[in-house]
Design a binder for this molecule. Structure first.
Ligand code: GDP
Ligand code: IMO
Ligand code: MG
Length: 432
C-alpha cells in the first residue's frame, strides 16, 4: 500500500501543483485533503497553463482518479467553474470524486471573511477572502453544510437556516444582499448539487480500496507548513492543517498508511498576506526575485513577499512533517544573484542565537536571520536535466540544503515547465 503525502514546506506556493503532477504519473489516485479555493496550484504542460484551486493536480492524466477529500472546504460554484474550464479545454474530469462529507463554503462565509478582515483593520491577516476561515469555524461549531446535504432539499434549507441565524448580527451590514436570501440560496445550492451529484461518493472507501489493491495514492497538500493552524505563525495562518498528519484526517487513512512525505520548498522564500517573515528582503534583490520568479499570487493576484531561504523554518517543517524527501523548486530564479544567502539561525532581539523555530510569536517577530553566504551562479539552468549539468555553485547550494536539513533533495525545479526538472537519485517513489 504505497502512498506519498506532498506538503508545502514554507508559506505556500512552493510548486506543490507541479510536483504533484509529476509524481502523479506513478499514482492510481490523487487526493486533496485540506484547504479550499484559497489554494492555487499551477501546472504548465505543453505550453498550456492550468491553475487549479480545488481539483487535484492529477486531473491532466486521462482517467486518473482524483479525489476531493472530506477535509477540504468546497465552494461549489468555484468547483463547477473549474470543471467547465477543463471541459472547454478538452480535459475529461469525469474521474473526479468528491467526498459527501466535505464541507461547503456558503455565501455568508465569503461575506464574513471580508467583513472580518475589514474589522481587523491594521491587524488583518490578509486572507484570500474566499470564506475559508468562517467555513472551517462552522464545521467546528457543528453548523456546517456538507456536500451530502446538497442532495436533500428539506435538510439543506433547514441547515442553511440554522447556520445563518446565529450570524445575523455579524451579517447585518449585508441585510439587503441578495446572496443571503434563504430561498434563493437553497435553490442555487440544489442546482449545484444536481450538477455535482455524479461525482459525489464515499471517498474514504475509494482511497482504502486503492491502497489495499497496492495502487500508489498521492495526498496533495495545499498551503504550507508555516500557515498551519496549530504549528504555523498564528494568527497569520490559514484555518486548516497543511501538515502531513492532516492527510490522515482529511482523507480517512491511518498514519501507517503513509510511506513517504515529500516537502516542496523554493530555493528562496515567499509569503502572501501578513505575518512574520524573518528572511524577508525589502530591497532590490527581493524585487529581482519577485520579478524573475513571477511571484504574484495564483489565486488573488497579490504580489508575494520575497526573501532568502530559511533553514530554521525548513528544519522545523522537516520535523513536523517527518519529511522523507525534498523537492527544491525555482532554483533557476537565483541565477545571476551573487552571493546567495541562507538563514541558518536567528538572533533574538536580546542577542541570543536561536537554532530552533521559536514558538513564541513575540520572539519570532523580533528574530533577525543569521546568514551563511554561498557563491552564486551566473548561468541560466533551465535546460539542465541532470545534477551534473548544473553549475558547481548550484550543486553546492543544493548540498547545503540537504546537509542542513538531513533530507535528500530528490527533485529540483529549473523552470516552470513540466519537463524543467532534475530527478536526483531514483525516480521511482518506492525506491527511496
Ligand atoms: P503551489 O500553490 O505550491 O502549487 O504553487 P503555485 O502554482 O501557486 O506557485 C508556483 C509558481 O512557480 C507557479 O507559477 C509555477 O508554474 C512556478 N514554478 C514551479 N516550479 C518552478 C521552477 O522550478 N522554476 C520556475 N521558474 N517556476 C516554477
Ligand atoms: P497554495 O495551496 C499562499 C494565506 C493567505 C493568508 C492566510 C490565510 O496555493 O500554496 P485564508 O484565505 O486561507 O484564510 O488566508 O493564508 N494563504 C496562502 N498563501 N498559498 C496558498 O495556497 C495560500 N492559501 C492561503 O494569503 O495569508
Ligand atoms: Mg499556490
Amino acid at each position: 500500500m504505497p502512498s506519498t503525502v506532498i506538503v508545502g514546506a514554507q508559506w505556500g506556493d512552493e510548486g506543490k501543483g507541479k510536483v504533484t503532477d509529476l509524481l502523479a504519473e506513478q499514482a492510481g489516485v490523487v487526493v486533496r485533503f485540506q484547504g479550499g479555493n484559497n489554494a492555487g496550484h499551477t501546472i504548465i504542460q505543453n505550453g498550456e497553463t492550468y491553475k487549479f484551486h480545488l481539483i487535484p493536480s492529477g486531473i491532466l492524466y486521462p482517467g486518473k482518479a482524483c479525489v476531493i477529500g472530506n477535509g477540504v472546504v468546497i465552494d461549489p460554484g468555484v468547483l463547477i467553474s473549474e470543471l467547465d474550464g477543463l471541459r472547454r479545454r478538452g480535459i475529461d474530469a469525469s474521474s473526479l470524486r468528491i467526498s459527501a462529507n466535505a464541507h461547503l463554503i456558503m455565501p455568508y462565509h465569503v461575506l464574513l471573511d471580508t467583513a472580518g478582515e475589514a474589522r481587523l483593520g491594521k491587524l488583518q491577516i490578509g486572507t484570500t477572502k474566499r470564506g475559508i476561515g468562517p467555513c472551517y469555524a462552522d464545521k467546528s461549531a457543528r453548523l456546517g453544510i456538507r456536500v451530502q446535504d446538497l442532495l436533500d432539499p428539506k435538510i439543506l434549507r433547514k441547515k442553511i437556516m440554522a447556520a445563518m441565524e446565529p450570524k445575523k448580527q455579524a451579517l447585518r451590514p449585508f441585510a439587503r444582499d441578495p446572496r443571503l436570501d434563504l430561498h434563493a440560496m437553497t435553490e442555487e445550492y440544489l442546482r449545484y448539487g444536481h450538477r455535482l451529484e455524479p461525482h459525489i461518493t464515499d471517498t474514504v472507501h475509494l482511497v482504502w480500496e486503492a491502497l489495499d489493491a497496492g495502487e500508489h495514492v498521492i495526498f496533495e497538500g495545499a498551503q504550507g507548513t508555516l500557515l498551519d493552524l496549530d504549528h504555523g505563525t498564528y494568527p497569520f495562518v490559514t484555518s486548516s492543517n497543511p501538515v502531513a498528519g492532516a492527510a490522515c484526517v482529511g482523507a480517512g487513512i491511518g498514519p501507517a498508511d503513509i510511506d513517504e512525505v515529500w516537502g516542496v520548498a523554493k530555493a528562496y522564500s515567499t509569503r502572501v498576506g501578513a505575518g512574520p517573515f524573518p528572511t524577508e528582503l525589502d530591497d532590490d534583490t527581493g524585487a529581482l526575485i519577485r520579478e524573475r520568479g513571477g511571484e504574484r499570487g495564483t489565486t488573488t493576484g497579490r504580489d508575494r513577499r520575497t526573501g532568502w531561504l530559511d533553514l530554521v523554518a525548513l528544519r522545523y517543517a522537516v520535523r513536523l512533517n517527518r519529511l522523507t524527501a525534498l523537492a527544491i523548486t525555482k532554483l533557476d530564479v537565483l541565477a545571476g544573484i551573487d552571493p546567495l544567502r541562507v538563514a541558518v539561525a536567528y538572533r533574538s532581539s536580546e542577542g541570543a542565537t536561536l537554532d530552533r523555530f521559536p514558538y513564541h510569536q513575540s520572539i519570532l517577530h523580533g528574530a533577525a536571520p543569521i546568514y551563511e553566504e554561498l557563491p552564486g551562479f551566473d548561468e541560466e539552468i533551465g535546460d539542465c536535466r541532470t545534477v551534473a549539468d548544473l553549475p558547481a555553485a548550484a550543486r553546492d547550494f543544493l548540498d547545503f540544503i540537504a546537509d542542513g536539513t538531513g533530507v535528500p533533495v530528490r527533485l529540483i525545479g529549473v523552470g516552470p515547465g513540466r519537463d524543467q526538472v532534475i530527478w536526483s537519485g531514483a525516480r521511482e517513489l518506492r525506491a527511496a
